[in-house]
Structure formats: structure tokens, C-alpha cells
Design a protein around this ligand. Structure first.
Ligand code: AMP
Ligand code: TRP
Length: 329
């Protein structure tokens, strides 16, 4: 018996970073043992904002699959697939679009925020597809009748909208077809970037998940520490130090000790950074080895995604038949 059915997805929009890993993927790897899981590389969602340049799409999909597998997602235990390979996602999104009030979509806070963010980026997001982003996301979740959705806090408005669409569908067609999905938040690990703001591709402050030891050290070297600390013996203030935020996440065991040494002026910033560097490389070492191996096997990656799509589609076809029957289609 599992605790329920999970659906979650990520957009293949470039190199996966440590923030994505700590905030989402690490959680999925844990959940795979207790839930029946569907994990999808949502390439159609990537099109909602990057429809004009699709030249990197296939590379990004393959890289994302490699990231997931190397982090420990098991392609037998979970259904791992690419969204556009299962055409029922598009079909259900169309049907749900018929009954989703425009006002609900216009009120989603991420909609106006992102429109504003991308103002001047050269992307025109005044499109039907971009407004409909949350409808497509609702379709992803509902197509598998998922009960739990592991996501970051930033997705809560989208999930609330999914629940509203579920209630509306069940009410209009007078049938309890869909369960109301609940969010499963990871334990609030928002990872900062090397400049201290939230790690995000749009800030250019990321450490790639596949960073080599050289890249890792270069990133850690760039992190600013307490500016008032000139000599090693000066007493440090970890609250204003970026390295401190990383020690907290990646070096839990030694964290209290290092903070005490910093405050007492007993450990220098370079030594502290070296210690963090060693921990981070150690944690990522096995993942990197698997990543290297998988990078040499594009054929295997294709097979994993084809196998996942086949299993996802079986479930999707079954549920679509029930949905269409309820709608007299
Ligand atoms: P995004 O790259 O923004 O599409 O995010 C993909 C997933 O990674 C989402 O579940 C986010 O909540 C999570 N995520 C992105 N950046 C961070 C970060 N700096 N810290 C923690 N989680 C993050
Ligand atoms: N919107 C999610 C994000 O940007 C990605 C996503 C698409 C998703 N479909 C989903 C997440 C379904 C959970 C369930 O992170």
C-alpha cells in the first residue's frame, strides 16, 4: 500500500542547479519509496514562455532526465516521462479550458508578476498559452487523478487553482471523478545563490547541479563573507555571510561548531570555504559519477523516457475515457 499518488513536473529550461536539487528533487527521491509517482519533464510548459526559440529543447530534456536519474530517481519505481509524449495532456487541457473562467486565470499572482518580469526581455507573453499555463498544469495533475503534488511554495496559487477546477468539473458533470490534490512542500530549503539572493537562473547566480570540482571552488571563492572581518582573528558575524547559509544546508553536522569558531575569530574565511567545498564535493561525488556515466548513454535515456511515456499513457487513456464519457463526448 502506498500513501497516495504523486504527480510533479519541472520545466526543461536550461541547466538544473543546486537550488532545484535542494528545493525539489531531493524531496522527490525520498517520496519515491512511499508513493506511486509520476514525474514529468514538462516541455509543453516550457513552450508557454519560450515558444520562439526551441533549438535547445531536446538537449534540455535529455539533461534533465540525466539529472533526475543521477540524483537517484528510479525509472522502474516511478513513471518518468516527457509531457509532450503523452498527447492526453494537451487534450485534457483543452477540455478544462472550456470551463475555466478567465477571471480565475487573470487573478493568478504569478501571471502578472511574470509578465512584468519579462517586460523588455524581447519575449511577447501576451498569448493564450501563457495565460493558460495553470490550466495545463491542472490537466497534468488531474489526468492521473493525483492526490499529492510535491512543489515549492511558489506553486501554491497554481495548486489552489487546480483544486478549484477539480471542484468545478465534479460539480458540473455531477460525478466525483477527480480527487482534490494536496501540496507536499519540502522542508523550506530555499537555497541562496552565490550573491545571496535566491538561487535562480534569471539572476545568473547559480551553481549548476553538474558543477565540476573546479567550478564548485570558483563559485565558493566568489561568495562574500563578513566585510568587517579583515584578519582571521577578527570576530566574525555569520549573519551577513553567504558561506554561512551554505554551511547550514550542506554541513549540518559541523554547523554549530563553525559558527562558534567564526564568532570567536578562530577560523579564517578561506579555511571555512575549503571545508564547505569539501563537503559539497563529497555529497555530489557519487551523483556526478552517475551523471558522467549516463551522459555517455543517450540511447538508454531515450529508452527510459519511452518506457515512462508508455506507462503514463496507459493510465492517461483510461482516465480520458472516463472524463469524456462524463462530458458526453
Ligand atoms: P524553477 O527552476 O524555478 O522552475 O524551479 C523548479 C523547482 O525547483 C521548483 O519546485 C522550485 O520551487 C525549486 N527551486 C528553484 N529555485 C530554488 C532555490 N533557490 N531554492 C530552493 N528551491 C528552488
Ligand atoms: N509549474 C511547475 C514549476 O514551474 C511545473 C509543473 C508543471 C508542475 N506541471 C506540473 C508541477 C504539475 C507540479 C505538478 O515548477
Amino acid at each position: 500500500m502506498t500513501k497516495g499518488r504523486i504527480f510533479s513536473g519541472m520545466q526543461p529550461s536550461g541547466r538544473f542547479h543546486l537550488g532545484n536539487y535542494m528545493g525539489a528533487l531531493e524531496n522527490w527521491v525520498r517520496l519515491q519509496n512511499d508513493y506511486e509517482c509520476f514525474f514529468s519533464i514538462v516541455d509543453l510548459h516550457a513552450l508557454t514562455s519560450s515558444y520562439a526559440d526551441t533549438s535547445k529543447l531536446q538537449d534540455n530534456i535529455r539533461e534533465m532526465a540525466i539529472d533526475w536519474l543521477s540524483a537517484g530517481l528510479d525509472p522502474e519505481k516511478n513513471v518518468i516521462f516527457c509531457q509532450s509524449h503523452v498527447k492526453e495532456h494537451a487534450e485534457l487541457a483543452l477540455l478544462l479550458g472550456m470551463m475555466t473562467p478567465l477571471g480565475w486565470l487573470e487573478r493568478v499572482p504569478t501571471y502578472k508578476d511574470k509578465l512584468q518580469d519579462l517586460e523588455g526581455s524581447g519575449k511577447d507573453l501576451h498569448t493564450y498559452g501563457f495565460l493558460g499555463y495553470p490550466v495545463l498544469m491542472a490537466a497534468d495533475i488531474m489526468l492521473y487523478k493525483a492526490t499529492c503534488v510535491p512543489v515549492g511554495q511558489d506553486q501554491s496559487a497554481h495548486l489552489e487553482l487546480t483544486r478549484e477546477i477539480v471542484r468545478r468539473f465534479n460539480y458540473i458533470y455531477n460525478k466525483e471523478i477527480f480527487p482534490e490534490p494536496q501540496a507536499v512542500y519540502s522542508k523550506a530549503k530555499v537555497l541562496p545563490g552565490i550573491d545571496g539572493r535566491k538561487m535562480s537562473k534569471s539572476y545568473g547566480n547559480t551553481i549548476p547541479f553538474g558543477a565540476s570540482p573546479e567550478e564548485m571552488w570558483n563559485a565558493i571563492r566568489m561568495m562574500t563573507t563578513d566585510p568587517n572581518r579583515i584578519r582571521k582573528t577578527d570576530k566574525g558575524n555569520p549573519e551577513v555571510c553567504i558561506v554561512d547559509k551554505f554551511q547550514k544546508v550542506f554541513n549540518e553536522a559541523e554547523y554549530e561548531n563553525i559558527v562558534a569558531q567564526c564568532r570567536a575569530g578562530e577560523i579564517g574565511c578561506v579555511q571555512c570555504k575549503k571545508c564547505l567545498n569539501a563537503k559539497m564535493n563529497e555529497m555530489l561525488k557519487e551523483i556526478h559519477e552517475r551523471r558522467m556515466e549516463l551522459s555517455e548513454k543517450p540511447e538508454y535515456i531515450r529508452e527510459v523516457l519511452a518506457y515512462g511515456a508508455e506507462r503514463a499513457q496507459k493510465e492517461a487513456v483510461k482516465n480520458m475515457a472516463e472524463i469524456k464519457a462524463a462530458m458526453n463526448l
